[in-house]
Design a binder for this molecule. Structure first.
Ligand SMILES: *Cc1c(COP(=O)(O)O)cnc(C)c1O
Length: 440
C-alpha cells in the first residue's frame, strides 16, 4: 500500500523527540508496541478522532477510558465554559467538590469518605499509604500484570519463580521499596493465601483491578474477588479495589455493584474526571479519617478538587443511566462477536475478552485469564492488524495489551464499519504477504 513518506504527524513526531522523551508524555502513545509513527491529533467529536493530516478514524482509545460519553459532548463543553468564566482554580474549597463527592458516594456506597486528587497514580499511591498507616504493616500484595499507576511500589513484577519478594520493574525504583510489594497471580486466590501464610501479620493491603484492564481485558473468575474479601477479613488486611477503569464503566457502582462486594478503599480515575485530570480515593470512614487534616496521614494537592475537573466529573456521572449501560453492553457484545467471526473466517486464532463496554482481541489460541496467558498473544499479528485497521479508518489501541473502549457516542454504524474493516485487516494480520513486516 502506498504511504506518503512525510505526514504532518511524522514531522511533528520528529520535532517532539527533540523536546519530549521519546516524543510523548506517556509511553504507550509512542506506538512502540505496534511500530510506526503515532498520529498527532487535532480534534475529536463523538466516536471519531481527526489527526493533523486531516484523516478521521473511529476511535477505540477514547483517551484510555474516561470518555464514556464520547468526545467533546455539548453539555460538557457548556458546563466547562461556564465554570471557567468564574475562575479556573482557587486553592480553597468549592461546593463542586461536595457535589461530586456526594454523587460518588451515592453510586458507590462503600466510599463513605472521598479525597480528590489529580490522577489514578496519586489515588493508588495514597490509598496504600492509608492502608499502611491503618494496619502498622508495610507489605502489599498486587497481582502480576495489574497496573496501578507509576508510583514506586507498583512498578514491580515477579521475578522468575514468582511469588517471592518483588524486584523493581524500572530502574530508579529502590530495591527496598520493591521488596515490600508481593506478587500474586490474577484469578488465583491460592496464590494470595500462600503469600499471607509466608508473610503473616505483615501485609497491609491487597490491591486489585477487579476487572483487569492493563494486560488487555481479563474479567475476574467466579469467586476470585470474594476470595480476596474473605482473606482480607480473616487477616486484617485492607482490601483496595483499583476501579480507575471499572468505576462507572462496568456499572454505575463499578465492579463492587456487580460483585456485591465492598472494598475497604477504592481508587477512582478516568471517567470520574470526564476527560479532565481527576483521581480519587475513598472508602471506610474510619480509614479515611486517618487522612490529613482529619488525621496524621499526609496527602495534599495544589490543584486537587479543581473546579473545571470537578464539573466535568459531575456532568459525566449525572449522565449515567441503566439505559446507557444496556446500550454499551449490546455494542460491546456485537463488536466482540464481529471481531471473533472475522478472525475465524480468516483462519486467525483470536480470543476476544469482553466485559460490557471494554474488550480486547488477543491474537492467541489460548484463553486469557491471567498475565501468563495474556503474554502468549502474538504481538506481531496485533501490530499488523492495528496498521491494517488504521489504514481503513479505525483507531484501535496501539498495543495488544490494552482495552478497547466504547462510548455512548459509538453507533451501530461505527461497529459495523469496524467489523467490515476487521474482516480485511485479519487477512493482513495472518501474516506478511509482501515479505515486509512491522519493526517494533
Ligand atoms: C490508568 C490507570 C491508573 C493510573 O491512572 P493515571 O491517571 O494514568 O495516573 C491506575 N489504575 C488503573 C487500573 C488504571 O487503568
Amino acid at each position: 500500500m502506498f504511504r506518503r513518506r512525510t505526514t504532518k504527524s511524522a514531522r511533528l513526531f520528529a520535532r517532539a523527540q527533540q523536546i519530549l522523551p521519546g516524543g510523548v508524555d506517556s509511553p504507550v502513545r509512542a506506538f512502540k508496541g505496534v511500530g510506526g509513527t503515532p498520529l498527532f491529533i487535532k480534534s475529536a467529536r463523538g466516536s471519531h478522532i481527526t489527526d493533523v493530516d486531516g484523516r478521521t478514524y473511529i476511535d477505540y482509545v477514547m483517551s484510555w477510558g474516561p470518555l464514556i460519553h464520547g468526545h467533546a459532548p455539548r453539555g460538557l463543553r457548556r458546563a466547562l465554559a461556564s465554570v471557567a468564566a468564574a475562575g479556573t482554580s482557587f486553592g480553597a474549597p468549592t461546593e463542586l467538590e461536595l457535589q461530586l463527592g456526594e454523587l460518588v458516594r451515592r453510586l458507590m456506597p462503600s466510599v463513605e469518605r472521598v479525597r480528590f486528587v489529580n490522577s489514578g497514580t496519586e489515588a493508588t499511591m495514597s490509598a496504600i499509604r492509608v492502608a499502611r498507616a491503618a494496619t502498622g504493616r508495610e507489605r502489599i500484595v498486587k497481582f502480576q500484570g495489574c497496573y496501578h499507576g507509576h508510583a514506586d511500589s507498583f512498578l514491580v513484577q515477579a521475578g522468575s519463580g514468582a511469588l517471592t519478594l518483588g524486584v523493581p520493574d524500572s530502574p530508579g525504583v529502590a530495591a527496598a521499596v520493591a521488596a515490600d510489594t508481593l506478587m500474586a497471580t490474577f484469578n488465583d486466590v491460592e496464590s494470595v493465601d500462600r503469600l499471607c501464610h509466608t508473610n503473616s501479620g505483615r501485609i497491609a493491603a491487597i490491591i486489585v483491578e477487579p476487572v483487569a484492564g492493563n494486560i488487555g481485558v481479563v474479567p475476574p473468575a467466579a469467586g476470585f474477588l470474594k476470595g480476596l474479601r474473605d482473606i482480607a477479613d480473616r487477616e486484617g488486611i485492607v482490601l483496595i479495589f483499583d476501579e480507575v477503569i471499572s468505576g462507572f464503566r462496568v456499572a454505575p457502582g463499578g465492579m463492587q455493584e456487580i460483585s456485591g462486594l465492598r472494598a475497604d478503599l477504592t481508587c477512582l480515575g478516568k471517567i470520574i474526571g470526564g476527560g479532565l485530570p481527576v483521581g480519587a480515593y475513598g472508602g471506610r470512614a474510619d480509614l479515611m479519617a486517618l487522612v490529613a487534616p482529619a488525621g496524621p496521614v499526609y496527602q495534599a494537592g495544589t490543584l486537587s478538587g479543581n473546579p473545571l475537573a470537578m464539573s466535568a466529573g459531575i456532568w459525566s456521572l449525572h449522565g449515567l443511566s441503566g439505559k446507557l449501560y444496556r446500550h454499551l453492553e449490546r455494542l460491546g457484545a456485537r463488536l466482540a462477536a464481529g471481531l471473533a467471526d472475522a478472525a475465524r473466517d480468516a483462519g486467525v486464532p483470536l480470543q476476544v475478552n469482553v466485559f460490557g463496554s471494554i474488550l480486547t482481541p488477543f491474537f492467541s489460541s489460548q484463553p486469557v485469564h491471567s498475565y501468563d496467558s495474556a503474554i502468549l498473544a502474538d504481538t506481531r499479528a496485533y501490530a499488523r492488524f492495528f496498521h491494517a485497521m488504521l489504514a481503513r479508518g479505525v483507531y484501535p489501541p496501539p498495543s495488544q495489551f490494552e482495552a478497547w473502549f466504547l462510548s455512548t457516542a459509538h453507533r451501530d454504524e461505527d461497529v459495523d464499519a469496524t467489523i467490515k474493516a476487521a474482516r480485511a485487516a485479519m487477512k493482513e494480520a495472518a501474516g506478511p504477504v509482501d515479505g515486509s513486516d512491522v519493526k517494533t
